[in-house]
Structure formats: C-alpha cells, structure tokens
Design a protein around this ligand. Structure first.
Ligand code: HEC
Ligand code: HEC
Length: 341
C-alpha cells in the first residue's frame, strides 16, 4: 500500500522547488496523448510501512550528507549522489573508501521514489533496503552498522533528531533506513523546458527538439523502455553495450537468456548533465549514446528486440540529442543541511 504525498506540501523540502500549473496541454497534434503520459506526477508515493513525515525526512537529509556514515569519515552518500551534479558524481565508476573504486557507476537519485526495484541489476527491492548496502560494503563506506549506531548515539543533536522523527530516542538500523529512504523519496525531477512544453508553452523547446521527441516515440523506439514522467519503465534490458564479466540482472536469473547483460533502464531526467553513461560509465557522450543505438549494439541472444540498427540521418541524430537536452531542469542552488556535532 502506498500513500501519495502532495508535492506542493513537500515543496519547501524539495531540491528543485516544484510548482504545478494545472493547465492542460492544448497541442492539436496526435502527440497530445503521448505528451500527457510524460507529465510529472503531482505527488510522491510513500509506503504505508514508512509514511512521510517532515521530521523523518529532515533526519534522513542529515544522514545523507554526513561523512560520519563512512569509516574514515570522508564519504557521505552525497559524495557519490551529489545534488550539485544532478545527484550523481560525474565519474565513470564510483570511488569509495577503497581507492581502486567500485565496479559500477553511481546512478542519479532523481525520481528514485518512482523507480523501484533499485540498483543497476535490481538487487534492492526498495529504498529502505539500499541504505546498509553502501554503508557496510568494504569498498564503499565500510562502516559496520553497530559502529554507526554508536557514532550517532554519541551526538546529542542526532539523539534529538531521532526522538523528533520516531517518538523516542532509540537509534536503530531500521530507523536509519527509514529516515534515509524518506529523504531520498523527496528527490524528484525539477521542471525542465520539456515540462513547460508539455504544459502548453510551444516556445519552451526548439523545433529540432520537438522532432527529436517524435523520433524518440517513433522511429528510434526509445520510448519502448524510456517512458513515463521519469523516462523509464524500470525494466531490465540488454541494449548490447555490456561487455566483460558483469551480466547484470542475469546473476539472479541464471537460466534466463533475456536477462543476461540486462541492466536497469535509467531515468533520462537531467541526462545531459550526467555523463559518462551506462552502468559501467563506458559511453562518454550523448552523441556516442545515440550512435550506439543507431548501430544497434552487440547482436546476441539477450539483446532486446527493440534494439536494432535505426538508420537515423545526421539531422535526426541531432534532433534526438536536442530533445534529450530539454530534460535538464533549470539550475537551482541545492540546499544542504547543517549537521549535528
Ligand atoms: C562511493 C560512492 C557511493 C556512495 C558513498 C553511496 N553510493 Fe549509492 N550508489 C553507488 C553506486 C555505484 C550504485 C549502483 C549500485 C548497484 O547498482 O548495485 C549506487 C546505487 C544507489 C541507489 C540505487 C539507485 C537506483 O536508481 O537504482 C540508491 C538509492 C543509493 N545508491 C543510495 C545511497 C545512499 C542512501 C547512500 C549513503 C548511505 C549511498 N548511496 C552511498 C555509489 C555510491
Ligand atoms: C530496450 C530498452 C531500451 C531502448 C529501446 C532504449 N534504451 Fe536507453 N537505456 C536502456 C538501458 C537498459 C540503459 C542502461 C544500459 C546499461 O547501463 O548498460 C539505457 C541507457 C540509456 C542512456 C544512458 C543514461 C545513463 O544515465 O547512463 C541514455 C542517454 C539512453 N539510454 C537514451 C536512449 C535513447 C535516446 C534511445 C532511443 C534511441 C534509447 N535509450 C532506447 C534501455 C533502452
């Protein structure tokens, strides 16, 4: 069961201060319905087992930005999911406490409330179950949960914040998970030129970008996976890019041909700001991404039937890229909390 909390209620807490005009798109073309399917929702789903509260979200925000969550006290969640970098880190592979780095690129946290299960291979069923993954992983933050509880319990400001959020001062791993997840659900896409266009402002994006949107939903078949307000259906697919040992979702379904090399379809919100791309950071630019789709990637039994050579012209490629650029929200200065000490 999910409880939807209105975005207007959350506006003060949101990174990108959303506001919704309730105008309907009045484009006369057949794409009107398609356009409407990309409209950002006006509320966020919270599970009834972990409902929204302002105090819990505020505590989750402090935990998220606090380097105390790593053994050496140098890495916070925000080191890799940095609000100034669209909640990612701009690196091909994330680097935690082990300087050799992690095998995967840090995904953005934009719209994570809408895109469970999580992780490139879907290993996390919900946001609550993610938290101690990075905290305890030796190469990531490398901090045992008992040590984290001891660190937080020694800081009166945290004891107060837990009391405020949960009614008593017990600091426990499930409460840490609940608070972090509540904060993360509030990380939603800000309004981009694309959103102004689908609300009816024909001048918000260029003619080339509009043609790109048509290609995205038509000839280029992008929308068969990247659809809805977050530009992902949350599915796991082999787009013919993965090489090497990591077989993605296939690890959990060893007999499935289709899930071999299948990784999660990422959101395309803010995508122009988040290169390099893919689970392994192996594709540098949006131009290279479009080139990859145009060629159709590695042809193998696991590759999705929607991935095949597209025969896009040079101007069609430019249109698609122009469209992807319209998904970047207007810049806002991210708000970060003062941490208790
Ligand atoms: C060293 C960099 C690093 C740090 C620090 C880090 N993460 Fe991540 N995060 C990653 C990587 C890499 C992945 C992809 C993991 C996977 O797919 O298995 C990820 C995945 C996630 C996801 C899944 C997102 C999705 O769309 O699938 C969430 C949620 C998340 N991290 C939250 C957190 C939280 C909360 C913290 C702090 C407790 C944290 N991360 C700390 C690098 C990091
Ligand atoms: C069959 C489903 C599918 C189709 C069709 C598809 N994608 Fe993807 N897309 C994915 C998956 C899955 C990934 C992640 C693959 C990986 O990490 O190995 C991805 C990754 C991306 C990325 C990188 C995002 C990031 O944060 O790393 C971009 C950009 C992108 N796709 C754009 C497009 C465009 C443009 C099209 C149409 C030309 C398209 N996609 C068609 C499933 C699809």
């Amino acid at each position: 069961m999910r409880l939807w909390v209105s975005l207007t209620l959350l506006t003060a807490l949101l990174p990108a201060g959303l506001s919704f005009a309730l105008t309907t798109a009045k484009a006369p073309d057949d794409l009107t319905k398609v356009r409407a399917s990309y409209r950002r929702p006006d509320s966020i789903p919270f599970p009834s087992s972990n409902p929204y509260s302002e105090a819990k979200s505020a505590l989750g925000e402090m935990l998220f930005f606090d380097p105390l969550l790593s053994r050496s006290k140098t890495h916070s969640c925000a080191s890799c999911h940095n609000p100034s970098l669209s909640w990612a880190d701009g690196l091909p592979r994330a680097i935690g406490e082990d300087p050799k780095g992690l095998p995967l690129r840090a995904p953005t946290l934009i719209d994570v409330a809408f895109t469970e299960p999580l992780g490139w291979d879907g290993k996390f069923k919900d946001l609550e179950s993610v938290a101690f993954g990075p905290i305890e992983a030796p190469a990531n933050m490398n901090l045992p949960r008992a040590e984290l509880v001891a660190r937080l319990s020694a800081i009166p400001g945290y004891v107060d914040a837990f009391s405020h959020a949960f009614g008593d001062s017990a600091i426990t791993p499930p409460r840490i998970e609940a608070a972090l997840a509540t904060f993360e659900r509030s990380i939603v896409a800000g309004e981009a030129p694309f959103d102004r266009w689908i609300k009816g402002d024909e001048t918000a994006i260029s003619t080339s970008a509009k043609q790109g949107f048509e290609l995205f939903n038509g000839k280029a078949r992008c929308a068969s996976c990247h659809n809805g307000p977050s530009f992902t259906d949350g599915s796991f697919q082999d787009i013919g890019v993965a090489k090497g040992h990591d077989i993605g979702r296939g690890v959990f379904f060893p007999t499935s041909v289709k899930l071999r090399y299948a990784f999660k379809t990422p959101t395309l919100r803010d995508v122009a700001r988040r290169g390099p791309y893919m689970h392994d950071g192996s594709v540098g630019t949006l131009e290279q991404v479009v080139e990859l789709y145009n060629k159709g990637g590695i042809d193998r039994p696991s590759r999705s039937p929607d991935i095949k050579p597209l025969s896009l012209t040079a101007s069609e490629k430019n249109d698609l890229i122009a469209f992807l650029h319209t998904l970047t929200a207007s810049p806002e200065t991210p708000k970060v909390p003062t941490l208790p000490r």
